[in-house]
Design a protein around this ligand. Structure first.
Ligand code: UN1
Length: 542
């Protein structure tokens, strides 16, 4: 077994299908490598090749989480007093180191969670873009000067860090999403305890290591591995113990609500990026080829395992048959397999066995809702595989693409997110009805409308209740400098990315400086300006 710190990153992506862990990974607390206090571990498995055990990692205990939180607390004073441009420079170094090792990191992401190499490269690039954006934000982090209503008095605003941030992300964007959170957090002067996703601990370890190599002082980012129900829950429970000043979470709506309640009763701020049942509406004026391509990618890219993946595909009756003929031709020819060993697959395995079993439960819900399946057959095996499957299905956790039609608003599968390669198709007879359907689920993350009618496009973007909307585009594809997040059941209104995320990791501090040498009372000592009676009678000038 290789020591993860001794091995060059390039040596960590060698597939090793003999069942034994390739590497031993560690928590990083105050810059020190630590095992779990009780020595327990868990394994990270390559979902495209289950015999390939990527590594063995500490199953962190409550004590480990508290150690990490104390380290973050101790590091806070020095880090928050480090000039913001210097913090930005360290973040810039992170971006440059990520670029240097990009190919190796991409391969590790694909090996650990099964995304295609192209998509892993996208996720790592999103982390790089985030670093480059916030490198220069360190030279801004502007406050304001504000005019006082009193003479010889100055008013100012400053952005201040919140303190210790608990970071919890899902494994589907294991490079982009934690960087969306931690890079602005540390740029603002906060320190972090990062609970890595259970299914991507090696990638998380590499990223944390790169952060340290970039010049980040010990204790500013502390990494703990483990399960959501273990280390993740301990981190959230620490909010009740007064050890945490902020939680940032990406994951399910149910867990997000629990975190929101815990933070709420402690008046601790939280950022919640939760589920979606993202609608895509196809209108008769649309370019149907583009609409088919956008819907197909949104539904089945990443094996449907994005929070922005397409949920309800809403098609106008007038183009339903044409759209479906073209759409189904693509679905039927979908190429699926291990991207490490096959070029040009659309998607790989499920992120892990757990995601696979949740997905199969979601399919059962479609069946019990009364939706009609026109394509798909559950888990891919060597005896049960679509024509586009490449490789030996018994090696990994692969799913058919699934298409359900005749879905209506009263069905459970219309409302519930199903994380995986499935699309639920709804007919509409008008734009108004399509927009109504697009707004009818409990979620409001992403959304899309294909139309070449400018008024419809306008009415869609002003009528949809969602955090993000694509016009003639798929539901996915956020960029690192646009606000990312949802409304309704998709979050609590906070945003990731761009300048907007800074609000989530800082508070405004208003300072007044009284230079007059005396106590001047706001509102009360302000000179009153009387309204004078006009000398000219303006009414006569007309
Ligand atoms: C997620 O699934 O949590 O817009 C993030 C997108 C990606 C990010 C998805 N850039 O689909």
């Amino acid at each position: 077994m290789t020591h993860v710190l001794e091995a060059g990153i390039e040596h960590l992506n060698i597939v090793n299908p003999n069942g034994s862990p390739s590497v031993r990974g560690w928590n990083i607390i105050n810059g020190q490598l630590k095992q779990a206090s009780d020595g327990s571990t868990f394994k990270s498995i390559n979902p495209a090749w289950l015999q390939d055990c990527v590594g063995e990692f500490p199953l962190s205990t409550e004590d480990d989480v508290h150690d990490a939180l104390r380290a973050a607390r101790d590091a806070f004073s020095n880090w928050s007093n480090t000039p913001a441009p210097t913090r930005g420079q360290i973040i810039g170094n992170m971006g440059r180191l990520l670029m240097e090792h990009k190919d190796a990191i991409v391969a590790i992401e694909t090996r650990e969670i099964g995304k295609t190499l192209k998509e892993s490269a996208g996720s790592v690039q999103e982390a790089i873009d985030t670093c480059l954006f916030f490198q220069s934000e360190g030279r801004r982090l502007y406050g304001q000067t504000v005019n006082s209503e009193l003479p010889n008095k100055e008013l100012f605003t400053y952005r201040r860090p919140l303190g210790v941030c608990g970071i919890i992300n899902a494994c589907n964007f294991p490079a982009a999403v934690p960087f969306w959170k931690m890079i602005p957090a540390i740029m603002c002067g906060n320190t972090c305890v990062w609970k890595s996703p259970q299914d991507a601990p090696l990638l998380s370890f590499i990223l944390a290591r790169i952060m340290h190599e970039s010049g980040l002082p010990d204790g500013v980012v502390n990494l703990i591995h483990g399960k959501g129900s273990g280390a993740g829950q301990h981190l959230v429970n620490a909010v009740d113990k007064g050890m945490v000043n902020k939680i940032s979470f990406t994951g399910s709506t149910a867990v997000g609500k629990m975190i929101g309640e815990t933070c709420g009763r402690n008046l601790v701020s939280c950022s919640l990026e939760l589920g979606g049942k993202n609608p895509l509406v196809v209108m008769p004026s649309a370019n149907i080829e583009n609409a088919v391509e956008g819907a197909y990618w949104a539904a089945f890219g990443t094996a449907g395992q994005r929070c922005t993946s397409l949920g309800n595909l809403i098609i106008h009756n007038d183009v339903y048959d044409e759209f479906m003929t073209k759409f189904m031709a693509k679905v039927e020819s979908t190429s699926i397999g291990d991207s490490m060993r096959n070029d040009d697959v659309l998607y790989g395995p499920m992120l892990s066995e757990k995601y696979a079993s949740d997905f199969l439960n979601g399919l059962e819900m479609c069946e019990s809702s009364g939706a009609r399946k026109i394509f798909g057959n559950g888990r891919i095996t060597n005896e049960n595989k679509p024509s586009g499957f490449l490789g030996d299905a018994s090696e990994g956790v692969y799913m058919w693409p699934h298409v359900y039609v005749d879905v209506t608003e009263d069905m459970e599968c219309f409302h519930e997110e199903i994380f995986g390669p499935v699309v639920t198709i709804v007919r509409t007879e008008s734009f108004e009805h399509g927009l109504h359907l697009a707004n009818a689920s409990p979620y409001g993350l992403s959304s899309a409308c294909y139309t070449n009618d400018r008024l419809e496009a306008y009415q869609f973007k002003s009528g949809i209740k969602a955090g993000m909307t694509g016009i003639n585009n798929s539901t996915t594809g956020a960029e690192a400098h646009l606000p990312f997040g949802g409304v309704k059941g998709s979050g609590n209104g906070t945003r990731e990315s761009g300048i907007w995320v800074i609000e989530a990791y800082s508070y405004w501090h208003a300072v007044n400086d009284e230079l007059s040498g005396k106590l001047q009372l706001a509102q009360m000592d302000v000179d009153e300006i009387e309204i004078e009676e006009a000398e000219v009678d303006y009414t006569t000038l007309a």
